[in-house]
Ligand binder design. Sequence first.
Ligand code: C2E
Ligand code: MG
Ligand code: MG
Length: 777
Amino acid sequence: MAVITLNKSIFRLVVGTVLFTTVGVLVSMWATTSSHAQKQLNRNLNVAQNVLTQVLASREQQLYISANALTLDFPFRSAVATRDEATIQSVLQNHGDRIEADLMALISLDGQLISSTNDALEKNTPFAYPDFIKSTVQEGGGTTLMLLDDKLYQVIILTVDAPRPIALALVGFELESALLAQLKNITQLEISLQVRQNAQLIFSESTLKPMQAFEVFDQQNQEFSWFDTVLLQKQDYISKSFVISEINEQAVWVVLSENIEQVFSEFNQLQTTISVVAFVSMLITLIFGAMFSRRLSKPLGKLARIAQRISNGDYQKSFNHEQHELAEVQALSSAFSAMQDNIQARESKIIFQANHDILTRVNNRYHIEKLLDDKLQLNENFQAIGINIFGFRGINDIFGYQSGDTCLRILASRVAELGGLTARLTGGELLWVPDSAQSFEHLALLKTKLEQPIDDAGVVINLKIAIGVIECPTQADSAQLLFRRMNIVLDEAQITRQLLLKFDPAIEQRYLRRLSIIVELKKVLATEQQELSLAYQPKLNIGANKIRSVEALIRWNSATLGFVSPEDFITIAEQAGFIDKITEWVIKRAVSDALVIKAAGIELCIAINLSAHDVMNEDLLPFVVQLLDQHNLPRSALSFEITESDVVKDPAKAIKHLSAFREYGFVVAIDDFGTGYSSMAYLKNLPVDTLKVDKSFVLKLNTQVGDQHIVQTVLKLAKSFGMDVVAEGVENQATLTLLQEWGCEYAQGYHICKPIAVSALIDWYHTHIDQNWLESL
Ligand code: C2E
Ligand code: MG
Ligand code: MG
């Protein structure tokens, strides 16, 4: 669709309407006027025809009176009878002068001119209209129009009676131009007299110019057309013609013509006036239209430009609130203003939401990333302090997400109050960039302040936070690196329980190693697990001098990381949450090795190390039982060890789950006893059969008196609870001897045998079956 401007559209509308109206008025006026004029003209012509006829009749009457007086004149009649030509001539002359006749003549009955006062009728010549003479003689008189010597006369002829007709007297008046002028004055019409013989014009007398007189005859009885008269100006007159006399095949026509221009002069004037008025009104409307459209299009154009500006995203510029007299434009302008304000408000809201965390209303990670990058670009030195709610998940689990949110909100506001920049990174993790560097001591103080218990609708929640500190730009020169290292340092703080920790490259090294262990271990567990193996370390039953049980210890010889100590990867797998996969593998491998050992004719109980997570896993026991049953192995084929520190974390839960192991008929040992600081109160209730003294107390037992006291105490304690004791880390005979002297039931350590593969174990067993361990000194 073609687009036109408002100005143009108003211009077209105005011009179109005025033109249409003007043409309409003119046409209808023409139609009315012309029909009226036509009628008027016809009426005029008819009147004129009557007038003309009357005039001719009155002249005829006058002629008759004159001719009659002449024919009754006695001397004249005597002169005619006697053919006294001189008297005749003189009477005709005198009579003619008296009545101002143009033609006086005497004609013999046989049509010879006897006497004449006008050269048009020559004496002694035959009269030009013999037929008329005959009819006149018969009727006693006659009147006609006749063309004589190029002049048209109205004549009357009467018989001169004595008492019989003896001659004819002719009296005539010329129908001259003066008469026509006179008639024109009366009728106000142009009058032409034309004599036509066989349609050929042979005489013409007219009040018009000769050429016009010729044309008007053809225009008689014509309807006038607007084109011909007004536009082409072809038609000047409208005419009516009629024959007034006919003699000798000569017809005398009268043509009455009325000037159209005159009739229409008023109309034309009106027409001009209307056209001028139309033009002027068009001009005025155009001026007003232009003014109006300018008044309309100017603010509209301005609004369009504002809309364009807004659509380009620039709506910060304040809206110039001009008052406008057109209500609609005013309304539109207000709507635009409101729209801009709304968009601006909405954008501010969106920008706020895009840059801030909805829950805590502090900066979000994306925004702080930009702010930090800006600072780093400017080479600013600053401290980034990560604050993580320790055990945030636990708060959510125990108190509900709402309380978790409240804790986070309050902690964020406490941090924000300290000034500087505050942001929420993820979950329960905040980042604080103080305005000035904080000392370690001050941070410790702040930590206590931030950890103030939170009262959430009567529920008091104790906060514990971990704080990590990174110096920028020395320890992180980009926001991304800062976030990554903050994660590492906070992770380390939580794992190591050093809840206020500064970043140090060694932490990152450990973290990266931990990360690669997780990745590799998961890969190994998902494949055929050829990198994993089990080593078995025999336990010597000191009293019986027999090997009745072994401990299964996992080994991982990674293709990429080399040999990884179980102490490293077991803890990491526990933290990463996939220890159950390892335990499952160990148990399956231990059961299949138990079958190998059994097949070798050896009866051994294999002790499996469990993590706290395994103990709590309710699917584990049914799985173990089903596996043993499947391979027809008794419960005594396996036993379990759980470290003291794991038990200490949640003793009540540990007691409950360990009881289940007991109920299923498994022997359970507390591993690394002495390191977990378990209290006597629950030790007596622990559903375990054995305590394994941690090797740190055994390794140098033969020399360390302190260790000797500890081990002796553990032995007494175990005895009082009816438990057996295993001493692990026995590296020499002196220690073994001491243990035997003190009544320790089991010994395990390099001195007896290092952890070895199952085939090696079978060989070792056969080799050492008869060894007297206590006499081997
Ligand atoms: P643990 O259960 O206390 O195992 C005994 C650790 O002491 C073993 O270390 C063993 O090789 C070592 N050891 C035994 N005798 C001596 C000795 O005379 N001198 C010295 N210096 N060390 C001795 P390993 O195999 O490195 O295992 C370390 C820990 O990893 C284990 O301590 C156990 O807590 C854990 N672990 C090993 N295998 C498994 C497993 O399959 N599952 C679970 N959950 N933990 C395992
Ligand atoms: Mg163990
Ligand atoms: Mg141990």
